[in-house]
Write a protein that binds this ligand. Structure first.
Ligand SMILES: C[S@@+](CC[C@H](N)C(=O)[O-])C[C@H]1O[C@@H](n2cnc3c(N)ncnc32)[C@H](O)[C@@H]1O
Length: 376
C-alpha cells in the first residue's frame, strides 16, 4: 500500500492506495490536465463534497498543470466568500497575471460564485450515492469523473470541445470495465434468455457473419452461434482484455473468434459482416455518430444492426438513480435521425421495462459521407 499525502485543502482526505490505484489517479488527473485549454482559464472541481475529493482532485490538477508550465492559482473553498482575497497558494488578486493563469477552485461556495461570472471548465466528481441535485448536474459538467470508488477514478464523459481525438475513451473504458469483468455475470447472468430472444428477432440466416461489438463476457455469443450455425462466423470484439479473459473462462470462446479492438476503428473490411449486435455499447461511445458510422462501414448493404440492452431505458436510468431525460441519444426521436445520418434505417424500436431493442438496416446507398452529425 502506498500512502498518499496531500497538502493544503486536501490534507483532510486520507487515501491508502496500491501502486495501481496511484497510477489510476495519475492517469485521470493527467488526462484532465491535457484537456484544460492553455492560457487564462477558470476550472471548477465539484461533486462528492462529503468525501473531500474535489479538493484532492483540484490540488493534483493544479500541481500537474504547474509541472506542465501552466501558471496556476489554487483557490480554497474558504476564500470564496472573500472573492479571492486569500487564495490557498498566494495573495494576489484574481485579476493579476490573468493573461495565462489557470485558476482552480473546488467546493460549493466557488461553484455558486464563479470569478468573472462563469467557469470555463467544470469537472464533476460523480458518485452513485450523490443527492438528486448533484445527480441532475450531470448535464452541465464538461468532464464527469466516476469516483464511486475514490481509489479508482474513471472519466466517463468529456464535452466534445475538450475531447480532442477522443483517445481518452480507450484507457477510461478499460479502467471502468476491467474491474467489473470478473463479477459481470454474477451480477447480470440472469439476463441470458433476453439475449437469446433478441438474437432470434434479428433473423440471422445460417452461414451469416455476425459481429458482437462490445461483447463483454460474451453473453450473446452462444445465441449468435446457434443462429448462424457451424458454417457461420461469429466475432466477439471488445476493447477491455479482462472482458475477453472472462469470456474464455466462461467457455464462450468456443462460439466465436475473440478480438481485442476499439469498436470505433474496427479491424474489419468494409461490407464484411451481415449483422452487428451491439449490447450496451453505443451509448458508451463518446461520439455515438462516429461509432454508428463505423458499424455501417463494416456492414454489407442490407445488413442488420441490433442495439440491445437487457432492460428498458427507464428501468436502467432508475437503476442508476436518475430519471430518464428526453434528449438521451437512445430516445427514438434522437436515434432515428442519428441512424439515418450514419448509414442505417431504423426498422423497429422496442423499449419496455424488460429490454431495449432497436433494429436497423444498413442503407443500400451509403458511402459514409453523411456521417457528420455528432451523437452527443
Ligand atoms: C455495458 S458492457 C456490455 C457488455 C456485453 N455486450 C453485455 O451485454 O453483457 C459494454 C462493453 O463495451 C466495451 N466497450 C466500451 N467501449 C468500447 C469500444 N470503444 N470498443 C469496443 N468495446 C468497447 C466494454 O469493455 C464493455 O465490455
Amino acid at each position: 500500500m502506498v500512502p498518499v499525502a496531500d497538502g493544503g485543502a486536501a490534507a483532510a482526505v486520507e487515501l491508502e492506495m496500491t501502486s495501481e490505484q496511484v497510477g489510476r489517479w495519475k492517469t485521470v488527473v493527467g488526462t484532465v490536465a491535457g484537456m484544460v485549454p492553455p492560457g487564462a482559464v477558470r476550472v471548477l472541481v465539484h461533486g462528492a463534497d462529503g468525501e473531500g475529493l474535489p479538493a484532492v482532485f483540484a490540488d493534483r490538477l493544479a500541481a500537474h498543470l504547474r509541472a506542465d508550465g501552466h501558471p496556476c492559482r489554487r483557490l480554497a473553498d474558504a476564500s470564496a466568500t472573500d472573492a479571492g482575497a486569500s487564495e490557498a497558494d498566494g495573495d494576489a488578486t484574481l485579476d493579476e497575471g490573468a493573461a495565462d493563469l489557470a485558476v482552480l477552485a473546488d467546493g460549493p461556495r466557488w461553484r455558486a460564485a464563479p470569478p468573472g461570472g462563469e467557469w470555463d471548465v467544470v469537472v464533476w466528481l460523480r458518485t452513485r450515492s450523490a443527492g438528486r441535485d448533484d445527480r441532475d448536474d450531470e448535464r452541465g459538467p464538461d468532464v464527469v469523473v466516476d469516483v464511486d470508488d475514490p481509489a479508482w477514478p474513471v472519466i466517463r464523459h468529456v464535452a466534445s470541445r475538450l475531447a480532442g481525438d477522443g483517445s481518452w475513451h480507450v484507457s477510461e473504458s478499460q479502467a471502468f470495465f476491467a474491474v467489473r469483468a470478473a463479477t459481470w455475470d454474477t451480477k447480470f447472468g440472469d439476463d441470458l434468455p433476453a439475449y437469446a430472444a433478441a438474437v432470434r428477432e434479428i433473423g440471422l440466416r445460417a452461414g451469416a457473419v455476425v459481429l458482437d461489438a462490445g461483447c463483454g463476457t460474451g453473453r450473446a455469443l452462444p445465441a449468435l452461434r446457434d443462429a448462424v450455425g457451424p458454417a457461420g462466423t461469429v466475432i466477439g470484439l471488445d476493447v477491455t482484455s479482462q472482458m475477453l479473459v472472462t469470456t474464455r473462462q466462461r467457455g464462450r470462446a468456443t462460439h466465436a473468434a475473440l478480438v481485442l479492438a476499439d469498436a470505433r476503428r474496427l479491424p474489419i473490411a468494409a461490407g464484411a459482416v451481415d449483422a452487428v449486435f451491439a449490447a450496451g455499447l453505443v451509448h458508451h461511445l463518446p461520439d455515438m455518430s462516429a461509432g454508428l458510422a463505423e458499424l455501417a462501414r463494416v456492414s454489407r448493404p442490407g445488413g442488420t444492426l441490433a442495439i440491445f440492452h437487457p432492460s428498458g431505458r427507464t428501468a436502467l436510468a432508475a437503476r442508476h438513480g436518475r430519471a430518464l431525460r428526453p434528449d438521451e441519444p437512445l430516445a427514438a426521436s434522437r436515434l432515428e435521425p442519428l441512424l439515418a445520418a450514419t448509414g442505417w434505417r431504423l426498422d423497429s424500436y422496442d423499449d419496455p421495462a424488460h429490454r431495449f431493442l432497436a433494429l436497423a438496416t444498413r442503407q443500400e446507398r451509403w458511402h459514409g459521407a453523411q456521417a457528420q452529425v455528432t451523437g452527443r
